[in-house]
Design a protein around this ligand. Structure first.
Ligand code: A2P
Length: 344
């Protein structure tokens, strides 16, 4: 059996990440017959496109049977995952879950394949693998090669996160608000963001916690520790910006010991997950890297405000490497190295 012979279910197939998952599975050559596109009862019977392979009819999750599914991708929010991922796992599917529901559970691996694919073996008990937060994925992909050259003590970062991270409806809101402002029409209330997002930036993603942080910021802190090392301290500020696709991160890294900038550059360049510019005066922006698979690292330079400091700018397509692509890469790593997790 090859990877493309497996049966896949995509739960959340009408959403921004679900649609990207379908297009990546189509790019990989998985035949249409091997894919179940699943969403809520509301969407039952509607069609979604399957890359160049035609269309798929949406099936309703509440009646869907996972008993022939090898791998079930869940991207329909935490509540749906909480209710249905254990059912899918009990029916023999291996779940790759995009929600934050299970990420910090000790017996659920949290995986970025280029960083910690060995941890996939942990999935043997619950049959659930968690896909990290979109910003965490691109952060740890860039931090791991640095950590391997000189252990990281602390990272201070700010994110510039695209609206697609909040789903398909958020993209519609940015589009409509932008139009409204440019046409000088009265603004309509948006229910997804706490302030207008067109021509604005919003330093609040997800709910506030009791210490004044946001849940998104805590996700980046906790998930980085789980994926790379509990010894890394992280200070994060997460900001929503009026960009459709592509998250950016400005990061200041403090290492434990002296390093050569050339060695850091070489280590980052050697990572399969990363792409660096040819010259130091080139840099990457979301618009040019949307639809690409790599995490793009530029503006690499010493941070002389601390003894062993490094500054960098990290950009990635949040729907691909930040979500759907990382999920498919987890599935590929399972197929290559942990096949006994898959049903016969
Ligand atoms: P639906 O379109 O039927 O509501 P996004 O994050 O882009 O907003 O997408 C969310 C995805 O999660 C959609 O595919 C949506 O399907 C799906 N979804 C939301 N609630 C449920 C549910 N109760 N059962 C199954 N799928 C759901």
């Amino acid at each position: 059996m090859t990877f493309t012979d497996l049966n896949f279910a995509v739960v959340g197939a009408t959403g921004a990440v679900g649609r990207t998952l379908l297009s990546i599975l189509a790019e990989r050559g998985v035949p249409r017959e091997n894919i179940s596109a699943v969403a809520s009862e509301r969407s039952k019977g509607i069609k979604v496109s399957y890359g160049d392979h035609g269309e798929l009819m949406i099936k309703a999750l509440n009646t869907f049977d996972f008993s022939t599914t090898h791998i079930a991708f869940f991207s329909a929010g935490g509540d749906v995952s909480a209710q249905y991922a254990p059912i899918a796992a009990a029916q023999g599917a291996l779940v790759i879950d995009k929600s934050s529901k299970f990420r910090m559970d000790a017996d659920v691996p949290l995986i970025v394949p280029e960083v910690n694919s060995d941890a996939i073996a942990l999935a043997v008990k619950r049959r659930i693998i968690a896909n990290p937060n979109c910003s965490t994925i691109q952060l740890v992909a860039a931090l791991k090669p640095i950590h391997d050259v000189s252990p990281i003590k602390r990272v201070v970062l700010s994110t510039y996160q695209a609206v697609s991270g909040a789903g398909q409806k958020a993209m519609d809101i940015l589009f409509n608000e932008t139009k409204t402002v440019l046409m000088n029409q009265p603004s309509t209330e948006n229910k997804l963001f706490p302030k207008p997002i067109a021509f604005n930036v919003i330093p609040k993603i997800d709910a506030f916690t009791s210490d004044g942080s946001t849940k998104e910021e805590l996700k980046m802190i906790d998930e980085t520790k789980k994926i790379i090392s509990a010894n890394i301290e992280v200070a994060a500020t997460c900001v929503r910006v009026p960009v459709f696709i592509g998250h950016s991160i400005s990061a200041n890294v403090e290492c434990a010991s002296a390093f050569d900038l050339k060695d850091m550059h070489a280590a980052l360049k050697a990572s399969k997950a990363l792409k660096l510019p040819k010259t130091a005066d080139q840099f990457f922006t979301p618009v040019e890297i949307a639809q690409d698979d790599e995490v793009f690292v530029s503006r690499l330079r010493m941070d002389t405000s601390v003894p062993f400091g490094l500054s960098l700018w990290i950009v990635a397509d949040n729907l691909r490497k930040g979500a759907a692509l990382n999920g498919v890469q987890i599935a590929e790593a399972v197929y290559k190295h942990h096949r006994k997790l898959l049903r016969k």
